[in-house]
Design a protein around this ligand. Sequence first.
Ligand code: DOR
Length: 449
Amino acid sequence: MTGPTGAPSLHPVATGVLIRGGRVVDATGQRVADVLVEGGRIAAVGGDLAAGMPSGVTVLDASGCVVAPGLVDLHTHLREPGDEEAETIHSGARAAARGGYTAVVAMPNTDPPLDDAAVVAAVLARGADAACEVVAGGCITRGREGRELAPLGELHDLGVRIFTDDGACLSDAGVMRRAMEYARSLPGAVIAQHAEDPALCGHGSMHEGEWSARLGVPGRPAEAESVVVDRDLRLAALTGTPLHVLHVSTAQAVESIREAKAAGLAVTAEATPHHFTLTDAACAGFDPVFKVHPPLRTAADRDAVRAGLADGTLDAIATDHAPHRTEEKERPFEEAPPGMLGLETALALTLTELVEPGLLTLEQALGALSWRPAAIAGLSDRHGGPVAPGGVANLCVFDPAATWEVDPTKLASRARNTPFAGRKLTGRVRHTVLAGRPTVVDGRCADGG
Ligand code: DOR
């Protein structure tokens, strides 16, 4: 879609979009209704809005589908700047749109990293015409080196709300305390930690346990995560700054966060589809596609993550979409970079692994994928809100009963490193609408991909 100058435009054209015959599900409940979108906003929600519709309106068939607020990913690696062969802002945003997302938080471990206002501004400018809204996460420390604070205030002025050195753990407690004290003065700012103590992880490439011992691969113990989470919870209590725990993978950390929430602490946390689906047994064949930080854990940890999502201890499902070039990811297990694709499979894995077996209701699942992450990222004014007149039309339409098989060659992402290749999943995105503009129609990107 192009604007008046022929350049790609985020802004909707004047003609409307009618999403017809679906079941609307949002934080307020469920109802069968058509949704009319005009001027980028929801104009009407109700029964049979097709009658008397002017001819210019684009009709999107939603029969058999759920119509929900667009999904919001708190944790996406877009690789631009620095590794555009693996992913770009535009290819990652297309993958996001195909997965039902209308907004992603771009992680700052790029090259150069997002520790500088000029780099953040450049990423935001590149993302302005992407297939989903791209907001920037900012580094906590310069170069993600864990020593000197990044200019958090300047980054905040550009709209950054989530600060993290993700990919690296901020392990110096004094620096963490100073970051939290600084962030306290920045409205809506959240300090987000990749909780893996580097000294305990050493050169470990997978979870430390029975499987790592059997395979002879150095491990990363569960305690590497939980000691950092426990420490950061205490620092959050000391400073009063909201803490967000990234990709929680252990039963120990789930329990600590549960207790902290019960005590009234301002802590939020996310879990990834790979951690609630896979276990360290997947590493048995030494296939690096299963290598990720934090690593795949035991079945007991996976079940604790599921339980954490079910009781709300874990607020959000975040992808940690981490594209890697094929030649990199095909190196021997211990040398290959950690990370897995996630944007195009997250919704279906949530439906297949959590909703279908009855662990989460559909509303809970969509809360974890849409409105709760939107609130954490400070995006609730335009993402995750109720599907009601006046709201910005960021929407996701998916068929909860459609089955499909994950084929890495058919992904919109530039990379191919999905650990779910060949897996049969239930639930598929049919359409995605970004600020009133369809970005995905009938499962295909509106630009044809
Ligand atoms: O496995 C991971 N890969 N974990 C991270 O935290 C970083 C990510 C990456 O950037 O590849």
